[in-house]
Design a binder for this molecule. Sequence first.
Ligand code: THU
Length: 135
Amino acid sequence: MPRKISPLSALIRTARAAVKKSYAPYSKFPVGAAVLAGSGKIYAGCNVENASYGLCNCAERSAIFAAASAGERVIRAVAIYTPTATPTAPCGACRQVINEFGPTALVVSVCDSAERTEATLDQLLPAAFGPANLR
Ligand code: THU
């Protein structure tokens, strides 16, 4: 019988694979991310740092910008992987960027232990400023 693969486990697998592309020579804190978009496709991203530190881009935003650049406008879920003992929560800037396309998206953080966190974006960023405020 073929094994059933849920989109969530594929998403987490993609985030784990994406960390291999991380460019983090300054922080030495590699991050991989993946987003499940409205079309059902999964987009990967990693953190990309810069010698001008303020220009570093988080893995989540790399994945979201890849999805948006492919024409996606809905984010259903985000997975974040760090090779650490505890899961890593998305930073405030990434929460705001997720909110643009996925105000109720599921956000899952996984690491190298069995520990994982799961929350919806509105739990992570209550009372968010978003597209509706500009209508
Ligand atoms: N980073 C991410 O990619 N995602 C997060 O959610 C937290 C932080 C990156 C940014 C920087 O390259 C490094 O981790 C250390 O802050």
